[in-house]
Design a protein around this ligand. Structure first.
Ligand code: NAD
Length: 489
């Protein structure tokens, strides 16, 4: 621990409804990428903290202090919590902006949308029920949904408030108790969310937060025998480790929402190229390209590539880079110096492989050193890392195709399968694309976010993008197990 860290305010874990200092003495600094300065210290994590939180959550599950409440009361508590998240939305967005650079002006996946996501989950509490199966006379076969028990939620840094609620809300709506391990880059909003939950009436112990490094706290949670499910969002690399920990311990189910390399497939059949270019430029720069379903590959008909790339690069000029806390800023720094170096190394590699690299957008602040300009890379081969690996930054790789089959082949050419955007004015071509592409497909559309389909849709990733269902009512069922009761009478 450095002298600076010793004098900084240190965050505590949140266990059994109150702050609890870590049992370990090692700390980490939380720094803001805009200035590169430390904001506070946090525990590096300790397996003892994990045991304390899990045993507390297990006790809270066993005595049914949450699951046992009337559904109407559980709804009321979650609604009250949603109201206070909404009331504190500006403060939560500010914490995330400071911790990892998401501009407060960016509405996508902000605290307000987290509040409405929580309401969607609360509303579903009394709308998920089991089935009675046809059976022989004098027998009754019931299938009911039962909560799984203690759910460990491991979250990434890219939308800290939203991604935490995306796990907390369905896990709690299903009647489980939860231990959340937020990313060490952005731990503060999860703590605030847990405090607001307890103030709203969530019983102590139903929602706990344990801070620390992934390889200590995330690993200990995933290996813990009293944890009944892990809900993980993060990189495919760590997702695979978590699956391994589950296998090594109690074979707990794992919901894994991992990396992506989503393509924009653009046909040459008279789509509105200005509109497509605006969407491509917007998706690759939202949150500085740091979101799982970002359209990071442009797969475009050979005849229109130059025109489209030119329009996309011009679209970058509309960005307003700067302090993510200022309302006019639309483009902040990358989340950390490490992330910036990672993104830069992909560009260096692409240059070495002979790709054409086009930087764009207005000039960037030098402060903090974590800004990275939106960049287009015209690749020579689909096999290059820039076309295959998740960069997680404002970097768009470009490949061209000559016909529909080649477009589909390129779209499916990575290990990932999260989402694809397809642009065509021909409905029949659009349907052929959506049949051929293995991930979920948005046809001439942006990702639905917020009220309505934004909260209601669930999709299942394929390949190394993960496994299991997140989102919507089906997503709540991921946190329930199906129990059969067979009664003869
Ligand atoms: P990451 O995999 O590095 O970390 C995610 C979480 O796992 C963090 O809390 C981290 O501390 C923890 N962790 C790290 N090592 C661990 C270990 N050995 N055992 C258990 N936990 C461990 O990911 P990140 O850099 O925080 O986030 C970016 C990644 O998240 C990208 O790959 C992005 O695509 C993915 N993501 C996916 C979705 C989705 O819905 N598919 C949504 C958001 C982000």
């Amino acid at each position: 621990m450095s002298k600076q860290q010793m004098s900084m305010v240190s965050l505590n874990n949140f266990i059994a409804g109150r702050d609890r200092p870590s049992l370990g003495s090692a700390t980490l600094a939380v720094t803001t990428p805009f200035t590169g300065k430390a904001i506070c210290a946090m525990p590096a994590g300790d397996e003892g903290d994990v045991s304390a939180a899990v045993s507390d959550a297990a006790e809270a599950f066993q005595d049914k202090r949450w699951e046992g409440l009337a559904p109407s009361l559980r709804k009321k508590i979650l609604f009250r919590w949603a109201d206070s998240i909404e009331a504190q939305a500006a403060a939560l967005d500010q914490l995330d902006a400071e911790d990892m650079g998401k501009p407060v002006s960016v509405a996508a996946f902000n605290a307000r949308s987290a509040a409405s996501l929580l309401r969607f989950n609360a509303e579903s509490i009394d709308k998920i029920f089991g089935q009675t199966l046809p059976s022989a006379q004098r027998s009754l076969v019931m299938q009911r949904w039962a909560p799984r028990g203690v759910v460990a939620a491991i979250t990434p840094w890219n939308f800290p408030t939203f991604n935490a609620v995306l796990k907390m809300a369905p896990a709690l709506a299903a009647g489980n108790t939860v231990v959340v391990k937020p990313s060490e880059l952005s731990p503060r909003s999860a703590l605030e969310l847990a405090r607001l939950a307890v103030e709203a009436g969530l019983p102590a112990g139903a929602l706990n937060i344990v801070l620390g490094k992934g390889e200590i706290v995330g690993k200990a949670l995933s290996l813990h025998h009293a944890v009944n499910m892990v809900s993980f969002t993060g990189s495919s690399e760590v997702g695979k480790l978590v699956l391994g920990y589950a296998a090594q311990s109690n074979m707990k189910p794992v919901l894994a929402e991992c990396g992506g390399k989503s393509p924009h497939v653009v046909m040459d059949d008279a789509v509105d190229l200005d509109a497509v270019a605006a969407m491509v430029a917007a998706t690759i720069t939202t949150n500085q390209g740091q979101w799982c379903s970002v359209g990071s590959r442009l797969i475009v008909a050979e005849s229109i590539v130059d025109e489209l790339v030119d329009k996309v690069v011009r679209g970058f000029e509309r960005l307003v880079p700067g302090d993510p806390l200022i309302a006019s800023t639309t483009f902040g720094p990358l989340a950390s110096a490490r992330q910036r170096d990672r993104v830069a190394s992909y560009i260096d590699g692409a240059r070495r492989a002979g790709a054409r690299v086009i930087g764009g957008g207005p000039s960037l602040p030098e402060e903090g050193g974590c800004f990275f300009a939106p960049t287009v890379v015209i690749a020579k081969s689909v096999d290059e890392p820039i076309c295959q690996e998740e960069v997680f930054g404002p970097v768009l790789s470009v490949l061209t195709f000559r016909d529909l089959d080649e477009a589909i082949r390129l779209a499916n050419s990575t290990a990932f399968g999260l989402l694809a955007y397809a642009w065509t004015s021909d409905i029949s071509t659009g349907m052929k694309l959506s049949e051929g592409i293995r991930s979920s497909v948005l046809l001439n559309a942006a990702l639905p976010a917020g009220e309505g389909p934004g909260h209601g849709f669930s999709s299942e990733p394929v390949g190394e993008s993960g496994m299991g269902m997140e989102g919507g009512v089906e997503g709540i069922k991921s946190y329930l197990r199906r129990q059969t009761v067979w009664l003869n009478f």
